[in-house]
Design a protein around this ligand. Structure first.
Ligand code: URA
Length: 203
């Protein structure tokens, strides 16, 4: 991971303003707004997804749509108090393609993830989490600085160059695409991954 140059971002408000204006990659031009993370400063756990979806782009808040609801249910099942976490994304703008009037999610490219990485590093520097969760491959790439095969590494802690550990798991939206009969075991496996982080909250 390249060393982050000294940043002038000293608050989440400044991060929001800077990402709103960011045109380091083409995504920002077409999004409604940037969406930065939300939650507790100095959270023990920071969870990082891929990018805001359609609802998040319109509302300006992360993980408020179906994937966010599933994530909230899984955190509760894993015994992780959501109010003691901070949740964000690797990429701060919604990338989509238009199909008629519908905006269909498109995965960010490696270049777009890299362009946004310094904003995520600024956010980590502000939030100062003890540990992180990478929700899916885009988040794992951004946090760890290289491609991480999620299915091989899920449920495991991998170190970041800054010494913090990153728990790797799937993106919750992957569970929304699972066939109905496999959904419950897939959810349980996701909860089992997240449970690895529960010790951070044990008294
Ligand atoms: N998916 C993400 O990765 N992040 C969000 O904020 C919403 C959906």
């Amino acid at each position: 991971m390249p060393e982050t140059p000294l940043s002038r971002i000293t608050s989440l408000d400044a991060l929001k303003a800077a990402t709103m204006a960011c045109r380091e990659c083409p995504i920002g031009e077409f999004a409604t707004q940037s969406v930065i993370g939300e939650g507790k400063l100095k959270a023990r756990l920071m969870l990082v997804g891929e990018q805001p979806g359609d609802q998040e782009d319109l509302a300006g808040h992360p993980f408020i749509g179906p994937a966010g609801k599933l994530l909230a249910r899984a955190l509760a099942a894993a015994g992780i108090p959501q109010e003691q976490t901070y949740v964000s994304n690797a990429v701060k703008h919604f990338k989509y393609e238009l199909r008629g009037k519908r905006r269909i999610h498109k995965s960010p490219s490696q270049r777009e993830i890299s362009a946004c990485q310094h904003w995520l590093e600024d956010e980590i520097a502000l939030v100062k989490p003890a540990a992180l969760v990478a929700l899916g491959a885009s988040a794992a790439r951004s946090l760890i600085g290289r491609a991480v095969p999620v299915m091989v590494n899920r449920g495991q802690w991998l170190p970041r160059p800054d010494g913090r550990e990153v728990l790797v798991t799937l993106h919750p939206s992957a569970l929304l695409r699972v066939d109905a009969e496999d959904r419950e075991p897939a959810f349980e496996a996701f909860v089992a991954d997240l449970r690895q982080a529960q010790r951070l909250f044990a008294r």
